[in-house]
Design a protein around this ligand. Structure first.
Ligand code: NAD
Length: 510
């Protein structure tokens, strides 16, 4: 197989890398290198930013509805190219085609909500806040903003960030994951085809070197990040030190609380999908099941074990597969190291996925589904994010103990409770210290017009992604207090110098 040479996408053109540094992009199904992605050096990133600064001036001068028409065309183009995008995404990430389409679709839903951006960008107006004085506010774009995104949703997360940023009149520099950069490059082509002025949406490929330029260059006004927690924290702190807005979303350890009254067949079906789907490489994957009571736990383990035996693991193009390979050999090895640690720490390994081999794809980055029982809160497989097809079961004696687990955990991205009791569900949703909560819903990803964001070590910054928060994040508010001479009573301005604000405003504010 020939190795494709990828590019950056700057000013509406594919630009080859100039730094001489590259990273390999693998085919996770076979383990072969399928492409090389350039890793930008400082001067390449600076050139992207300079280009975006000029392009943003044109884009921001368009009225909001004209801008939104471009996004509308983009939505149509992505839908028209859905099969090709999903194919490309599956080939680099390893998630199944159905999951890949979901990845594109969830991103597109945020862009669809952005078609209402003119409404979100409207200001406020107060007539006669003082005698002859009107006050109004407007939302203006920030300028050039950056998005730094993870490998696990290479379409969805770039679109969550770019949709509202572009609709608000900003130019966007995307630094996607170096592990699956082809879909972001294709999205850049589709933005151009939809009529976005060249240079308004750019892709710069790279690693820490490129990220550090984005974090320190004063022409970048805001940084949106999604990825692992240590990097999220680094990006949040560095961006803030450099006077930028930042919203940085990190790792997760999502719990499912299973009350004794829950329908255990439904729970087991939901858990298998939410824990093992996309090989567990989802920030909203359920990785901890907390059955309440020994009997609930025993019955749940039996049902999970049955279902795990029926799972089909295949290539990302196998339409019958429940999940495909992990993204890289390093990701797979890391998962297997955690399984080893779990055994050493004394958890009961009910199903071991380490030995799984897919015939004909012996070098692919596959791992089978793994199930641990009798995991305790002091174990590393409970405390740390594994990001693979591993479900850990922590048995709780009662509801209060179950509630304490996600509430006291370092991460606070998502959580779910399974029960038939409204009172318990209501108490749980009120008291649990987690940002997104499901009630009998295993992966509680909010719909595009609500906001998405975790708490504690899962999110840094005070505004969430998509929904109304995104428009606040990507705009700055200007407030204007105005008086026109025709609206001023005779004598009000007597003796006042226009530049003397005290004289100018105070006499008329009563
Ligand atoms: P990652 O942190 O390794 O990489 C994310 C981005 O940061 C990539 O673009 C990468 O190139 C860049 N990066 C990596 N190391 C860097 C460094 N030292 N300095 C500057 N930039 C650096 O994350 P990943 O492995 O691509 O993605 C998986 C992680 O993302 C998981 O922890 C998952 O939970 C998390 N995630 C969180 C959410 C959420 O909304 N909270 C959503 C999806 C994924």
């Amino acid at each position: 197989m020939s190795v494709r040479e990828l590019t950056h996408f700057v000013g509406g053109e594919h630009i080859p890398g100039a730094s001489g540094r590259f990273a390999d992009v693998f085919d996770p199904n076979t383990g072969a290198v399928q492409a090389r992605v350039p890793l930008a050096g400082n001067s390449e990133v600076e050139a992207v930013i300079a280009n975006a600064v000029e392009a943003q001036k044109i884009w921001a001068s368009w009225n909001p509805q004209k801008r939104v028409r471009v996004l509308m065309k983009f939505v149509q183009l992505v839908q028209d190219n859905m099969d090709e995008l999903a194919q490309l995404l599956s080939s680099e990430h390893g998630k199944t085609l159905a999951d890949a389409k979901g990845d594109v679709q969830r991103g597109l839903e945020v862009v669809e909500v952005c078609l209402g951006a003119p409404h979100m960008l409207k200001g406020e107006y107060t007539e006669s806040a003082g005698t002859g004085i009107d006050v109004y506010s407007m939302r203006q774009p920030l300028g050039v903003v950056a998005g730094i995104t993870p490998f696990n949703f290479p379409a969805m997360i770039p679109l969550w960030k770019a949709g509202p940023a572009l609709a608000s009149g900003n130019a966007f520099v995307l630094k996607p994951s170096e592990r699956d950069p082809s879909v972001p490059l294709r999205l850049a082509e589709l933005f151009l085809e939809a009529g976005l002025p060249a240079g308004v949406f750019n892709v710069v490929n790279g690693d820490k070197t490129a990220v550090d330029v984005l974090l320190t260059d004063p022409r970048i006004k805001a940084v949106g990040f999604v990825g692992s927690t240590p990097i999220a924290q680094y990006i949040y702190e560095t961006a803030a030190q450099n006077g930028k807005r930042a919203q940085c979303f990190g790792g997760a350890k999502n719990h499912a609380i299973i009350m004794p009254d829950a329908d255990l067949d439904q729970v087991a079906d939901a858990l298998v999908g939410a824990a093992y789907g996309s090989a567990g490489e989802r920030c909203m994957a359920l990785s901890v099941a907390v059955p309440v009571g020994e009997d609930t736990a025993d019955r749940l383990i039996a049902k999970l074990t049955e279902r795990i035996a029926e799972l089909r693991i295949g290539t990302s193009f196998d339409e019958k597969a429940d999940f495909g390979p992990l993204v890289t050999a390093a990701a797979r090895d890391r998962v297997h190291e955690y399984i080893g640690k779990g055994v050493e720490e004394g958890a009961e390994l009910v199903v071991d996925g380490r030995g799984f081999v897919l015939e004909g794809h012996e070098n692919g980055f596959f791992s089978g589904a793994t199930l641990f029982d009798k995991v305790t809160p002091d174990m590393s497989i409970y405390k740390e994010e594994i990001f693979g097809p591993v479900l850990t079961v922590v048995r709780a004696r009662d509801y209060e103990e179950a509630l304490r687990l996600p509430t006291e955990h370092e991460y606070g991205n998502g959580v779910a409770i399974f029960t038939r009791d409204g009172d318990t569900a209501r108490d749980f949703t009120t008291r649990v210290e987690v940002g997104m909560v499901g009630v009998n819903v295993p992966i509680p990803v909010p719909i595009a017009y609500y906001t998405f964001g975790g708490w504690k070590a899962s999110g840094f910054g005070d505004l969430n992604q998509h929904g109304p928060d995104a428009f606040r994040f990507y705009t700055k508010t200007k407030t204007i207090t105005q008086r026109w001479p025709s609206g001023v009573k005779e004598g009000d301005l007597e003796g006042a110098h226009v530049a003397d604000t005290d004289h100018f405003v105070i006499p008329t504010m009563d």
